[in-house]
Ligand binder design. Structure first.
Ligand SMILES: Cc1cc2nc3c(=O)[nH]c(=O)nc-3n(C[C@H](O)[C@H](O)[C@H](O)COP(=O)(O)OP(=O)(O)OC[C@H]3O[C@@H](n4cnc5c(N)ncnc54)[C@H](O)[C@@H]3O)c2cc1C
Length: 255
């Protein structure tokens, strides 16, 4: 495997106690108008970690190298590959990188990252987000020990974005795909209506909220109003409308 392209990646990975590797793009597959799958080869088992983990991808914004985070969708240990599902619904350095990625490209990766994992003790798992969170949700749901229940409420930009996945047949699965219908990415109305349509199952559940900063905050409040307590909600802002994520790949947390 070639050395990482950027020395800063080696330093960053040492600080974070994770890996810095150069991976090779082995497939680029458009999945829908809003999502492309990029498959990378190289140290896949270690970089992909466990369900919920993401990797930092080094991309270029003009002459400046910045990092963007993408959650691992799936791991194939035999092929030494892992895949990312990348949203193309906006224009940014990373969406441009994904749009123009080619087989054979070498990509600087730091990982695994992330602190949100499956809450194993939960009887049901509720995943709420948009197309950028679909890959994360499907890997998490595929790691649920059966019998169990996965519920998805996902806002989509195009009907074809309602991509499905294969789950253990003993897993109960409910999916609500909400059409965006021209609403902004910072408008929570669509996901709130999806949540309102859902009767939460009895017993103990856990919710995973991945998506736009303001929308996810609003959905967390709605879940608390529905009787979940804060420890039952894992929230990760993936991006913040109108602002680029920082060079470390994180959206601003300022109010
Ligand atoms: C831990 C973590 C895991 C993530 N996993 C995934 C993943 O698996 N798949 C995925 O697609 N994204 C994922 N994201 C989100 C992704 O990193 C951001 O969307 C990132 O901002 C894209 O970078 P960019 O350079 O294209 O755009 P930026 O330069 O960050 O932003 C440019 C403009 O586009 C807007 N924008 C950015 N992202 C979006 C979006 N998704 N939808 C609408 N508008 C947007 C911004 O508000 C800004 O106005 C993750 C983020 C984090 C923090």
């Amino acid at each position: 495997m070639p050395a990482p392209q950027h020395t800063s990646s080696v330093d960053l990975a040492a600080r974070l106690k994770v890996l810095a590797r150069s991976c090779v793009v082995v497939a680029v597959t458009p999945l829908s108008p809003s999502l492309v799958e990029v498959v990378l080869r190289g140290d896949a088992v270690d970089l992909a970690g466990v369900a919920g983990n993401d990797v930092m991808v080094l991309v270029h914004d003009g002459d400046i190298a910045i990092r963007r985070r993408y959650t691992v969708r799936a791991l194939d240990p035999e092929e030494d590959t892992f895949s990312l599902w990348i949203s193309l619904t906006h224009d940014g350095p990373a969406s441009r990188w994904a749009r123009h990625a080619h087989v054979g490209d070498v990509v600087d990766i730091v990982g695994p990252r992330g602190k949100i994992f499956l809450e194993e003790s939960a009887d049901w798992h509720l995943f709420i987000g948009d197309v950028s969170s679909l890959g994360a949700f499907y890997r998490l749901a595929q790691s649920i020990e059966t019998p169990g229940r996965a519920i998805f409420i996902v806002e989509i930009d195009d009907p074809v974005d309602a991509l499905t996945a294969t789950f253990d047949e003993e897993l109960g699965v409910t999916a609500i795909f909400v059409d965006r219908n021209g609403r902004g990415h910072d408008d929570p109305a669509g996901l709130l209506s999806g949540l309102a349509a859902l009767t939460l199952p009895p017993d103990e559940g856990h919710a995973y909220l991945f998506g736009e900063f303001h929308v996810m905050r609003t959905l967390k409040s709605a879940l608390l109003d529905r009787g979940l307590n804060a420890t039952q909600v894992s929230l990760k802002a993936f991006y913040r409308i109108g602002q680029s994520n920082g060079p470390n790949g994180e959206p601003s947390k300022d109010d």
